[in-house]
Design a protein around this ligand. Structure first.
Ligand code: NAD
Length: 476
């Protein structure tokens, strides 16, 4: 099938590359010329495991093309994905500027030679399906490609909602082996074409790219959920709102655990084995960040407000999350007493491991607060440092090349992102070179006993094991 993907960021590029891998002819369009030039040279603008290798395969096969020219993409395609960003405005509502512009341009360049499906993959407010259709029709008014001598003077297109659920850090895996595909459409023809496009994924009958560091799971088919457009739009918001609430829930339990002397990891294991609850998204820590949860929660709250509904639970979810970031600073304050003039090492900058995405990353909040408090900040991240230096050049941070360079002479370290290499770091060496061996493990990734043995003063979330073992030794 001929596919155009407008917007080659985290979602658009992964969608484009995976569909090209499945032998569709994919035309990726973006307004950022630097991004497009790099992609033409085989350099992905984002870090995502397996992406570079898959891109190379598709480029060799000739199934993927990159351009800044949306006209060519629209003309040559049967299916057009809108995958542009929808970041939050200060009001909490999503900024729909990019969706508006790309929808208008689709209308401006679409022709009457065939029917097309326009797919909203961007996370957009409820009712956007109709709005995008209206914008395309507005674009049609200034369209020069519409051939006057055809009987069918108005281009034929259907707008469909196809929300995206990929997780950054395993985005290719999630695209090729998703838990489900959701298509919201009121049109059977559009639904049939999209089912055909996704058929290899639905049937899992494509050759799996195992060599590209993407481990295929043992699934034989993927469920297809077909709904009306509004329900599909709502499914996306409801999924993210639920997952964010689950994390805030366990963080609230963690805070109570600290008070009463329980261990949140043991509690999470105990509740997670209940099949009604499930064990995912029960890791207590610094809370959620990233490009989706914060903006999607703000968006659903503001959508509900338009309908005069007050979302008390979702507001509490956000408040607990913000409080959790602040709790990490409080832990540091309690451990060090004075922050001013202290050297603090930040381990991890990206909002989660295996990505370089820094959007609403807890690290940026922590660094900003500590700088305000007069601390001197060193940071290390395996992938996201260059992006951080570029995006947050105003932050006075010394970037280090590895964990040991970071640890040297630090008065405390905060583990902010749970990268694998932090889980297995040499705590004995780190203890030797730090000024004061305090580690605030905001992701609960360190082995408590190993840290104690190495002489590290460890503070975790929802755990009071050091205090407990002290109490036990006194009682014993
Ligand atoms: P992104 O910011 O990484 O990428 C958006 C891209 O769109 C950018 O490269 C930008 O240059 C391009 N763009 C902007 N206007 C354009 C135009 N008129 N024509 C062509 N290109 C244009 O965004 P993202 O993280 O990929 O998110 C895209 C959408 O998908 C958002 O609505 C987001 O909520 C949703 N989503 C994201 C994720 C995720 O993990 N990132 C997951 C699920 C859904």
């Amino acid at each position: 099938m001929n596919v155009c993907v407008a917007g080659v960021g985290y979602v658009g590029l992964i969608t484009g590359v995976c569909l090209a891998y499945l032998d569709n002819n994919v035309y990726c369009v973006d307004i950022d010329p630097e991004k497009i030039q790099n992609l033409k040279n085989g350099i992905p603008p984002i870090y995502e495991p397996g992406l570079k290798e898959l891109l190379e395969i598709c480029t060799k096969k000739g199934t993927i093309k990159f351009s800044t020219d949306i006209e060519e993409g629209v003309i040559n395609s049967d299916v057009i994905f809108i995958a542009v960003g929808t970041p939050s405005l200060p009001s909490g509502e999503p900024n729909l500027e990019y969706v508006r512009s790309v929808s208008f341009n689709i209308g401006k360049y679409i022709d009457c030679n065939k029917s097309r499906i326009v797919i909203n993959k961007s996370t957009v407010p409820i009712g956007s399906g109709n709005w995008v259709e209206m914008l395309i029709n507005e674009g049609v008014k200034s369209n020069k490609n519409i051939c006057n001598n055809t009987t069918n003077k108005h281009p034929k297109f259907w707008v469909v909602s196809n929300p995206e659920f990929l997780r950054e850090g395993c985005a290719i895996h999630d695209t090729l082996y998703p838990d489900r595909i959701v298509i919201g459409s009121d049109n059977d023809e559009a639904l049939a074409i999209l089912t055909k496009l996704y058929n290899p994924i639905l049937q899992q009958n494509f050759i799996r790219p195992v060599k590209e560091k993407i481990n295929p799971p043992n699934i034989t088919a993927v469920p297809l959920v077909t709904t009306d457009i509004t329900s599909a739009e709502m499914i996306k918001y409801a999924s993210n709102a639920f997952l964010a609430t689950k994390i805030s829930f366990i963080n609230e339990i963690a805070n109570i655990c600290e008070k009463v002397g329980a261990d949140v990891q043991q509690v999470a294991q105990g509740i997670g084995l209940d099949s009604r609850i499930g064990n995912k998204f029960l890791n207590a820590g610094i809370g959620w960040g990233g490009s989706c949860f914060p903006k999607d929660l703000s968006a659903i709250i503001s959508i509900a407000k338009e309908y005069d509904y007050d979302t008390e639970l979702l507001k509490a979810t956000i408040n607990v999350n913000m409080q959790q970031r602040h709790n990490i600073i409080k832990k540091l304050q309690q451990a060090l007493k004075i922050i001013k003039g202290r050297t603090i090492g930040i381990l991890g900058l990206s909002f989660k491991p295996n990505t370089d995405d820094l959007r609403d990353a807890p690290s940026i909040y922590i660094i900003t607060q500590l700088l305000k408090m007069g601390a001197c900040i060193k940071a290390y991240d395996p992938i996201a440092m260059t992006k951080c230096q570029k995006t947050y050049s105003e932050l006075n941070v010394t970037y280090e090349n590895n964990i040991l360079d970071l640890a040297k002479d630090c008065d405390a370290i905060i583990i902010v992102t749970e990268w694998d290499e932090f889980i297995y770091m040499d705590l004995n060496k780190i203890k030797e070179i730090m000024s004061i061996p305090i580690i605030i493990d905001s992701r609960n990734i360190l082995d408590t006993k190993a840290a104690e043995k190495a002489g590290i003063i460890l503070h975790q979330v929802g755990k009071s094991s050091q205090v407990k073992s002290l109490l036990n030794s006194k009682v014993g």
